[in-house]
Each structure stands twice: as structure tokens, then as C-alpha cells.
Design a binder for this molecule. Structure first.
Ligand code: PHE
Length: 340
């Protein structure tokens, strides 16, 4: 019996050495000390022993039990400690590790040129005013001297919401809004989205941005318009860039002009960008038609004004040499990240 006890002890302590998880320890404890355990088995067999041997054997079993319990609890403590250290080690932060690189965003090229334009014109004394993109026929057309059935309406393929409401086809309705609500002197610029039923191609989009300017005061003339736009051209594209006025027609300006800028790519020598002419068409402009002033309750005897409008995309395309306007709308980061 003593040999049996020693064998149990040896087997248990050998198994203990192999164990590395607390769950396995519990299994071992049940196997040796549990109700059906090896040691309990021996205790049961004690009944067969002669009575005088029982106390001595009882003592031996108990001392082995204590030894095994002691060993298990030491091993338990050691494993718990090891597990705790492992958990701590997994939480260690290496503060010397390089930081993850963060991709910084950038302003869209349309925002970049718009910011430039606003800065230039605010430097020239113009204030920014915005208007609604869903506009009434009255502001988008009627007050700009384009009555219903006027042939000029065909020039802009307008999205109609109903007979009297449109998606604005130009930023010029903001002129009309300002003229009907303010007294001269007026100096405003108005950027924003405009809508036209155009097919998408390299130079067209059904949604694009315009930038409108309006100046009304006493003694305003075509020279003021020319000077303002020349100054804008220089500040936007650099010295050596000027403007050229060609006669044109807009119902709300008289006289009207198409305004070209010196080609910024070749500085007027002639290149592919400007189709060899040295000039690039950029703006529509003119003196505010006296009839428009009258409709907006401004006395045309006392006041004159000039107005101009241009596409913001067009400015961006010229400024950055963008070969196709569609790049501006596709949000391809390979394109956008070049403006960081
Ligand atoms: N609104 C005109 C257009 O979209 C441009 C323009 C604005 C012309 C102001 C003259 C004065 O074509």
C-alpha cells in the first residue's frame, strides 16, 4: 500500500510538471483527490486492513494528500502568475514605434480657385452674396430682360420644375435679387452652382459653377469693367495676362462682350490650349441694360453698372492645365491628391 501511495505521488508530481494551464490543474486534482480519485480509492480499501494498521496508513494517506494539495496549489499560483505576466506583456505599448501615416485630405481645385477669386474680388471692394439654386422664372429670366418666349431662352437649356420655377441656369438671378433689394452703390460677387440640360463631355456638365460680378454706382463705365477684369486676370494668372473684349449679346447687358484672357499656357504665342490664337474665352460681361435697372427700381438716369459672369471650372482648367473637365467631378484621389 505504501508503494501504491508513493506511485500516486510520483505520477501526480510528474504530471504536475507538464501542466501549463489552470484548467488542466483542476482535472488533475479531480483525478487524484476527487470522489473517484486514486487516493480516495485507497482510503476505501483501508477497511480490509487489520485494525491496528489503519491509523498508520490513514496518516500516510493524509500526508500524501497534503503533499499533493500543496504541490497543486503551488503550481496553481505559478501558472496564475505566468498568465498574468503574459497578459501584461500583450498590453505593453512600444512608444518608440513609428506612428501610422495619416492621409491628409486637400481642398478640391474648384474650392482652391474659388478661394483665390473671392480674395481677389474682396480686395477690389466686392462683397460675396449667395442666392438659391432653385429659382423663380422671374429672377432667372424676366428681371434679366428675358420675357417668356424670348429667343434668348433657347441659349440656355433650362431645367424647369414647373412653369415658374427653374434650377437656375446662371448666377445672374443673384444680380436681380440684389438690385431689387438694395440701393446703389452695389459691388457684389456671387459664386454658386448652376444647371443646364447639357450632355457631359470634356467641356460640359449639367451642373457646374459660375462666378458673377455686379457693380452699380454713379459714373460707372466700360473702362471700369475692363480695368476690373484686367486686374482680376493679372492677380489670378500672373503679370502679362490681359483681357480682350469682343462684341457679343446678352439680354441683360448693353453693350455686351465676350471676354478673352491671354492664354496662360503660352502667354499669347499660340498653342494647342488656345488653338493657336493666343487667347482663351473666359467671360461674358457688359454694362447692365438700363431696362434691367428700371425693372429693378434703380434709376438708370442716375446709375450705371457693369456685370460679368464666368465658369469657375473654366478658371480651374486653365489655371492647372486640366485636360478634361470631367476630372473635376470624378473624385479620383490620384487626381485630387495632386492639389495637396
Ligand atoms: N449669365 C451669363 C451666362 O451664363 C454670363 C454673363 C453674366 C454675361 C453677367 C454678362 C453679365 O452666359
Amino acid at each position: 500500500m505504501q508503494d501504491q501511495l508513493n506511485a500516486i505521488w510520483e505520477q501526480a508530481s510528474a504530471e504536475l510538471k507538464q501542466i501549463s494551464e489552470s484548467a488542466q490543474l483542476e482535472q488533475l486534482r479531480v483525478k487524484v483527490l476527487g470522489k473517484k480519485g486514486a487516493l480516495t480509492e485507497i482510503l476505501r480499501g483501508m477497511g480490509k486492513l487489520p485494525a491496528e494498521e489503519r491509523p498508520r496508513m490513514g496518516q500516510m494517506v493524509n500526508s500524501i494528500r497534503e503533499k499533493i494539495e500543496q504541490a497543486i496549489s503551488e503550481r496553481t499560483a505559478a501558472i496564475k502568475q505566468a498568465e498574468k505576466e503574459k497578459a501584461l506583456r500583450s498590453e505593453v505599448i512600444d512608444v518608440t514605434m513609428p506612428a501610422k501615416e495619416r492621409q491628409a485630405g486637400s481642398l478640391h481645385p474648384i474650392s482652391l480657385v474659388l478661394d483665390d477669386m473671392l480674395e481677389i474680388f474682396s480686395g477690389l471692394g466686392f462683397e460675396m452674396v449667395e442666392g438659391p439654386e432653385i429659382e423663380t422664372d422671374r429672377f432667372n429670366f424676366e428681371l434679366l430682360n428675358v420675357p417668356k418666349n424670348h429667343p434668348a431662352r433657347d441659349a440656355q437649356d433650362t431645367f424647369y420644375i414647373d412653369d415658374n420655377v427653374v434650377l437656375r441656369s446662371q448666377t445672374s438671378p443673384v444680380q436681380a435679387r440684389v438690385m431689387t433689394t438694395r440701393k446703389p452703390p452695389i459691388r457684389i460677387v456671387s459664386p454658386g452652382r448652376v444647371y443646364r440640360a447639357d450632355e457631359v463631355d470634356a467641356t460640359h456638365s449639367p451642373v457646374f459653377h459660375q462666378f458673377e460680378g455686379l457693380c452699380i454706382d454713379e459714373n460707372i463705365n466700360m473702362g471700369d469693367l475692363k480695368g476690373t477684369l484686367d486686374e482680376f486676370a493679372k492677380r489670378m494668372f500672373g503679370d502679362g495676362i490681359s483681357t480682350r473684349f469682343r462684341p457679343s449679346f446678352f439680354p441683360f447687358t448693353e453693350p455686351s462682350a465676350e471676354v478673352d484672357l491671354t492664354c496662360a499656357a503660352c502667354h499669347g504665342k499660340g498653342c494647342r490650349m488656345c488653338k493657336g490664337t493666343g487667347w482663351i474665352e473666359v467671360l461674358g460681361a457688359g454694362m447692365v441694360n438700363p431696362h434691367v435697372l428700371e425693372m429693378c427700381s434703380i434709376d438708370p438716369q442716375k446709375y450705371q453698372g457693369f456685370a460679368f459672369g464666368m465658369g469657375i471650372e473654366r478658371i480651374a482648367v486653365i489655371k492647372y492645365g486640366i485636360p478634361d473637365m470631367r476630372y473635376l467631378y470624378e473624385n479620383d484621389v490620384r487626381f485630387l491628391s495632386q492639389f495637396r
